[in-house]
Design a protein around this ligand. Structure first.
Ligand SMILES: [Zn+2]
Length: 458
């Protein structure tokens, strides 16, 4: 008996790595991931190229196609096993220009504005009308058609800047941008102006999506400084007339998600998705939103390949098109997955800006979250404070109907809405170290998920 025990103990020493050894191995691999990420600037340089050569990458625009080409070449050069375009047809909205001027004492004063997508256009000279300022959607309903008809509704509720969670402040403010224009139209308004969802006072208009269909009115966002200015003028001159002018068009286009795979060694037909979205609003380089997410996703593939991390499953980078307007890329990938019977094992999206890592949120059955949480200590030294239940990303979200466990990479996003959807979202606002800590965190997370089968739902 004693001999059997000695043999078993010896056997376990020789053939089974102890828990300590596995821990050491994980720590060593994760450190090598971060060492490489923090000392390699190829992705950062590519982000600069994407931002400078293809800004304003809304679906259907020339720069959206250019961005797909730029990133396809980049992923091919990284040594991905397969790089291909997944095509789909989608509505698109092309913005040419937006202006708002007020005339005071015979002097025309331009205000800092930008069009909300996909709003309607005005006739060439614009629309000349009075303004009615409101603080909420309910106020429009209370005022009714009688007071709204023929006017431009000005939604001027500021973001609540007292919250720690700036995303919460954004989501509370953004109803007036998303639903405001169509509600104003319902009550007979000829246009709408929405205060930018920006926690700061500055001159940048922040655009974004609004829900509009059919015969659409022009809808614009105004900078916070000019929202205050306009409000002040209206108090002394309620009959003030402004001129609003928007030139935009609705089209139907063929577009593409860009997909690159690094083949898995054991289960090549199972895919771990790492994703960001390539499209960006017409007024911006789209550096934080979401050039960074695209490059962090490509970094996961590069790190696995360069460090020889031997992924069991295939790692699939998806750079989605059209997160901002119609989410057509995210939906098209689900259709494609059904048609091709793609086994998407797990998906993670980075779309919270290129700031320091804070946490991963997981949208999956409890059993998956519990398994993943057991490994969060490996990521803590690198700024991931926790792995917690929560949402994932707009592009990968539709995969929920396929039962795929989803995750979102979350950052220290206090500055995110300083730049979000504005001309202020430029490459120089992205810090190399912060971006690459995110790349390292995502690659390490994927490494653990793949190695320990953490997305298995049994
Ligand atoms: Zn985004």
């Amino acid at each position: 008996m004693k001999n059997i025990i000695i043999v078993l103990v010896l056997f376990s020493f020789i053939f089974l790595p102890s828990r300590g050894a596995a821990q050491d191995e994980n720590q060593t691999v994760i450190q090598s991931i971060f060492d490489n990420a923090l000392s390699t600037d190829i992705a950062y340089k590519q982000l600069e190229k994407l931002c400078k050569e293809a800004p304003g990458r809304l679906i259907g625009t020339p720069n959206s196609f250019k961005s797909v080409g730029l990133m396809k070449e980049y992923l091919t050069n990284l040594g991905a096993d397969t790089v291909f375009l997944q095509s789909f047809t989608s509505p698109a909205w092309i913005c040419h220009s937006a202006f708002l001027t007020m005339t005071i004492d015979g002097k025309e004063i331009p205000l800092q504005v930008d069009a909300l997508g996909p709003c309607g256009s005005t006739p060439l000279p614009g629309i000349h009308a009075e303004i009615i300022e409101v603080m909420s959607l309910d106020e429009v309903r209370e005022l009714g058609k009688e007071k709204i008809e023929g006017k431009i509704v000005f939604f001027n509720r500021p973001m609540n800047t007292t919250y720690f969670n700036v995303f919460k402040a954004y989501s509370e403010a953004v109803d007036q941008r998303y639903w405001g224009p169509s509600l104003a139209q319902e009550y007979g308004a000829v246009g709408s102006i929405t205060r930018s969802a920006n926690p700061n006072m500055d001159d940048f208009p922040h655009t974004g999506s609004c829900r509009m269909e059919g015969n659409k009115i022009p809808a614009i966002a105004i900078s916070t400084n000019d929202a205050e200015k306009l409000s002040k003028v209206l108090k002394s001159n309620p009959q003030l007339k402004v001129n609003i002018q928007v030139d935009a068009e609705d089209i139907t286009t063929q577009s593409y998600n860009l997909i690159a795979d690094l083949k898995g060694s054991e289960k090549p037909n199972e895919y771990i998705i790492v994703a960001g979205h390539l499209d960006a609003w017409h007024n911006t380089e789209g550096a934080h939103d979401d050039g960074v997410g695209c490059l962090q996703s490509t970094e996961v593939l590069r790190l696995f390949k360069q460090l020889g991390l031997n992924n069991k499953r295939s790692i699939r980078v998806i750079l989605y098109m059209d997160e901002e307007l119609y989410q057509s890329g995210g939906n098209a990938y689900v259709v494609y997955s059904k048609e091709q019977q793609v086994m998407n094992y797990f998906a993670i999206e980075s779309d919270a800006g290129g700031f320091s890592p804070r946490f991963f949120s997981v949208d999956a059955p409890d059993i998956v979250l519990e398994k993943i949480k057991k490994y969060e200590s490996f990521l803590k030294p690198y700024g991931i404070e926790e792995i917690t239940a929560g949402g994932s990303g707009v592009d990968i979200g539709p995969m929920k109907e396929l039962g795929v466990p989803l995750s979102g990479y979350r950052t220290d996003w206090q500055r995110y809405f300083d730049m979000h959807h504005s001309a202020n979202d430029t490459f120089d606002q992205v810090n190399f170290r912060e971006m690459q800590l995110g790349s390292g965190a995502m690659a390490s997370f994927v490494y653990l998920i793949d190695k320990y089968d953490l997305a298995n739902q049994n």
